[in-house]
Design a protein around this ligand. Sequence first.
Ligand code: HEM
Length: 323
Amino acid sequence: MNAPCREPQEQEPGRWRLTRQADVRVALADPRLQVPPPAPGDGPMARLRRAVSRFSNGAEHTARRRAAAKEYGTIAVAALRAEVGARVCEELAAARGGRIDLMPAARAIPVGVLATAMGVPAGLSGEVAEAVAVVAAAYPPGAAVEPVPADQAATRLEALLGNPEPGRFAALAVLLVQTCDATAGLIGNTLGQMLSRGARGTVDAAVAETLRFDPPVRATVRIVREPVSIGEVAIPAAATVILDLAAANRDPEVFADPGRFDPGRPERASLTFGSGHRRCPGDKAALEMAAGFVETALGCELADIRYAPSTNLRVPSRLEVIA
Ligand code: HEM
């Protein structure tokens, strides 16, 4: 049987997909491949999208990313794990051995803990998490959401963060919003793997392997600003390129037996946090918070796990356990 073709593929006119890890790395490092511009609009949500590093390119991206990194630098990352664990413990204690869907907590607790670590008064962390969840749903390009609740949530978030000047608001908000769904997905997917297979090995190894095997962020998108060659293949200007992180994480050139969930595998070069000049700056916080959540919930019994369809994310819509 012939090996499947893994060259860059034009799936439909002007729309390409990269699946080989080496090709995805090249694309992530090439400044001629840029993130798509945010949707136009005048409201608070549209203004926030236009102000964050995540949807900026060139010098603007560099400056905004630096501002977000400065805020991130104030966080005591090593303390996040225990703080998340303590809040999960409270949730499980409140469920008192009954059934509980852990996904609302997987969304709210990491965002709330991060907000507290960034200096938001602890009493406001629940409200911050609520506002961030609404903003996060409206944030990706092409999100089909009601504009009014998203605008209200963006305005509320600004107030909860103390109405900082717009550049600082964008730097704080991008950290919280990027945390929300991706970290919830990493928590849900890791618990799904560990509770269904019977937990073996360390939580940190299971989190790292879930990041590769069942990543919460499946893909990221670029627009080609000048013609480029990736591998042997020429991709023209204006093409849309899907960087398939989930496929690159199962590249047989990099991983032995890539379709097997193996927390003990020595090679860990997953692309789930991206790479190059846009690589996720919050990776350590995400790993600490996911590990803190998962290790606290490992004594639960899995009752039901469900996923809602989504193009770029894989986050359980429901993760019901017996506490
Ligand atoms: C499991 C959880 C997470 C995953 C899988 C993840 C993944 C990613 C990826 C793939 C990108 C780059 C997107 C691209 O190149 O197109 C990114 C960017 C970003 N992430 Fe994360 N992330 C996670 C959690 C977090 C957390 C906890 C924070 C904050 C503490 C964070 C902050 C950011 C920021 C600010 C950016 C934009 C960077 C830039 O504009 O250069 N992320 N993330």
